[in-house]
Design a protein around this ligand. Structure first.
Ligand SMILES: NC(=O)c1ccc[n+]([C@@H]2O[C@H](COP(=O)([O-])OP(=O)(O)OC[C@H]3O[C@@H](n4cnc5c(N)ncnc54)[C@H](OP(=O)(O)O)[C@@H]3O)[C@@H](O)[C@H]2O)c1
Length: 279
C-alpha cells in the first residue's frame, strides 16, 4: 500500500515512521505541507495518490488552544476538513487521530465509542468538530481516539517527571484526573494494523489499564528506581487555562472487535526509558 502521514515530525508521527516498514510510507511535517492551506494539501495528496492517509497533525497544546481558539480551530478542524476533502478527491482512505478530550469526563465507567461527545475545552471542541465533519465528507473514514500519549522524541508526562526528579526532592501531582497512558510505539502498531485490516468507524485505542497522573508519576519513579517523593494534589491547586475532564478512560471493545489488544501501560515504561536514554 501507499501511505501518507501528516504530522510525521510529531511524537506519534515519529513512532509511525519507525514502525511502518512493510508499506511505502511518505511522512510530512508542517514545513512540507501546512494543513491549513487546502491547495498545499491537495497538491501533496494528488501527487502521492495514497491508499491511506493518516492524519496525526494537530495543534496539541491544550492550554495554547484555550488561549488561541481561532488557531486551534483553523489547524484542528479546518485543517482536518482540508485533508478529508483531498482524500475524497484522490479516493484515498483516511485514518484521523482524535482524543479522549472529546468527552466531558462526567462518566465513572469507560467511554464507549457510541457515547455522545461533549468537550469541555477548546482543544476537545476542535477535535470533536473535526470528527463530525470528516464523517460527513468520508463516511468510511476511521477515527482513532487515544489518550495521554508518551514516547521518545516528544514532550510528554514521563519525560517531564524524570526531568523534575533530577532537580527536586519532592513533586506534587494531581490525583483527580483519571485516564489511560498510551505508549506511541504500541499505538503506531495498532494504527498500522487498522489500516491493513481496512478498518472504518470509531476505534478507541489506548494501552490497557487506567490511573491518575499521580499514580502514573509514582509508577514512573518506581520503575526508574528514583526515591523522589510524590505528593497527591488536586486540579484546583494547579489552575491552568484549559479545564481537563476528570475521567477520560476509553473502553477497549472497539479495538478488540478488530482483533487487536494493547498491553498494560506499566509494561511499556522500560522500553520508553531505554529509547529516551538512546536519544
Ligand atoms: N499528545 C497526547 O497526549 C494526545 C492525546 C490524545 C490524542 N492526541 C492526538 O494525537 C495526534 C498526535 O499527537 P502528538 O502528541 O504526536 O503531536 P505533536 O508531537 O504535538 O506533533 C504535532 C504534529 O502536527 C504537525 N502540525 C502542527 N500544525 C500543523 C499544520 N498547520 N500543518 C501541518 N502539520 C502540522 C507538527 O508538524 P511540525 O512539527 O513539522 O510543525 C507535528 O508533526 C494529534 O492528532 C493529537 O491531537 C494526542
Amino acid at each position: 500500500m501507499k501511505i501518507l502521514v501528516f504530522g510525521a515530525t510529531g511524537m506519534l508521527g515519529k513512532a509511525l515512521m519507525r514502525r511502518w516498514k512493510e508499506d511505502q510510507v511518505l511522512g510530512l511535517g508542517s514545513a512540507q505541507a501546512d494543513i491549513r492551506h487546502p491547495e498545499q494539501v491537495a497538491a501533496v495528496v494528488s501527487s502521492a495518490a495514497p491508499d491511506w492517509i493518516v492524519l496525526s497533525a494537530a495543534y496539541t497544546d491544550v492550554d495554547g488552544c484555550e488561549l488561541n481558539p481561532t488557531l486551534a480551530s483553523t489547524v484542528n478542524t479546518q485543517g482536518a476538513v482540508n485533508v478529508a476533502k483531498a482524500a475524497a478527491q484522490a479516493h484515498s482512505r483516511l485514518l484521523f487521530i482524535s482524543t479522549d478530550y472529546v468527552f466531558d469526563g462526567n462518566n465513572s465507567t469507560p467511554y464507549e465509542t457510541t457515547h455522545p461527545t461533549n468537550p469541555i475545552n477548546a482543544y476537545g471542541k476542535t477535535k470533536a468538530e473535526a470528527e463530525q465533519r470528516i464523517s460527513l465528507i468520508l463516511p468510511d473514514s476511521c477515527i482513532v481516539r487515544t489518550s495521554w500519549l508518551f514516547g521518545p522524541g516528544g514532550k510528554c508526562f514521563p519525560d517531564t517527571i524524570l526531568k523534575l526528579a533530577d532537580t527536586r526532592p519532592q513533586l506534587e501531582v494531581v490525583n483527580d484526573q483519571r485516564g489511560c497512558p498510551t505508549y506511541t510505539a504500541d499505538l503506531a502498531d495498532a494504527i498500522v494494523r487498522l489500516c491493513q485490516g481496512d478498518a472504518r468507524g470509531i476505534v478507541h485505542a489506548t494501552n490497557r489499564g487506567d490511573c491518575t497522573w499521580y499514580e502514573f508519576a509514582c509508577e514512573i519513579l518506581r520503575q526508574a528506581g528514583l526515591k523522589t517523593q510524590v505528593r497527591a494534589t488536586t486540579s484546583d491547586k494547579f489552575v491552568r487555562p484549559a479545564p481537563r475532564p476528570k475521567y477520560s478512560v476509553l473502553a477497549p471493545a472497539s479495538l478488540t472487535a478488530h482483533g487487536l489488544e494493547m498491553r498494560p501501560w506499566p509494561e511499556t515504561l522500560s522500553e520508553y526509558f531505554a529509547l529516551r536514554v538512546a536519544g
